[in-house]
Design a protein around this ligand. Sequence first.
Ligand SMILES: NC(=O)c1ccc[n+]([C@@H]2O[C@H](COP(=O)([O-])OP(=O)(O)OC[C@H]3O[C@@H](n4cnc5c(N)ncnc54)[C@H](OP(=O)(O)O)[C@@H]3O)[C@@H](O)[C@H]2O)c1
Length: 321
Amino acid sequence: MLARTADAVLEGTVVGSFSSLGLSARRALPAWPGDPELHALRDKTVLVTGAGSGIGAECARQLAMLGARVLLGVRTPSKGTATVSWIRASVPGADVDVVDIDVADLSSVRRAARHVLSVEPRLDVVIHNAGVLPKERELTADGHEVTLATHVLGPLLLSELLRPALRASGSSRVVFVSSGGMYTQGLAVDDPEYAQGEYKGAVAYARTKRMQVSLVPLLAHRWAVDGIAVHAMHPGWANTPGVVDALPGFHRLMRPLLRDARAGADTIVWLAAARPAPESGHFWHDRHRRSAFRLPGTKHDEHDVMRLWEFCRDALDLPMR
Ligand SMILES: NC(=O)c1ccc[n+]([C@@H]2O[C@H](COP(=O)([O-])OP(=O)(O)OC[C@H]3O[C@@H](n4cnc5c(N)ncnc54)[C@H](OP(=O)(O)O)[C@@H]3O)[C@@H](O)[C@H]2O)c1
């Protein structure tokens, strides 16, 4: 009870919760869920997108340590090969391969999914980690706003195309790496492509991270028939190349309090490997379920989620079930 209260107090503060202080304090509480067992992912295959740097690379390394075969989904091939060498240097004998994928480009997603299905009849975990915070509004080759394509459309299409391999696992997991930034935005269901109003990259980022979290309960329901669990999480604030590039002022100011990439990857790895499996359909931070709402005016209802889902299903030409 005391541990739950202490965690709730931390959760009420943003810096206390999202910084390295939050994870250290929570780890010391008795309610902290145990680490996955040593070889928890032996004989399991995991795909991590955006695995060529930051949280994704560290996450891939941790998953390899737990015995998984890890597919590094990257759009920059040199980063893929460098990450393979980096993982093998710290996990001798690690089973790691690179899959070329630009998650914002739907043809690339289709190509990558075809490739994965041809070499991996069974897939146990998919981690949608690739993320971007653009300076200006950009459209992808398919004509979609880039954060929508990277965080929502690409991951949805990839998961849907990989369903046969995820189903073959019998008990698979999909993890969306969202962001605490999503707390600042409501569900932009009237303008998912951010075509109206002054474009701000940080707002586009937060809106599409909100979309990920809002869709997870619906996806949990949709994919349950195939034994696929789905989670959204936020990693807290971690010191990664992405933060240095996209938020240099924030990085300078917060640097002493930022988590390292390993701490940023902690809950992703836990969601991928914990036994018993965490309950599907929720939003997680530091190994505990969290509310998806913090600020007034950011709530949505099931009708809004259904409208967003129908927009995505149309954009991706997905089947009804
Ligand atoms: N660090 C934090 O404090 C923090 C906080 C909240 C949420 N997150 C989330 O955590 C995830 C990892 O971010 P990070 O901080 O580790 O940043 P990062 O080092 O920039 O990693 C992001 C990775 O995503 C890749 N990526 C971007 N667009 C892609 C695309 N279209 N297709 C394939 N890969 C793509 C990047 O590849 P290239 O290098 O080739 O562009 C990069 O390797 C992101 O989803 C981010 O939103 C991070």
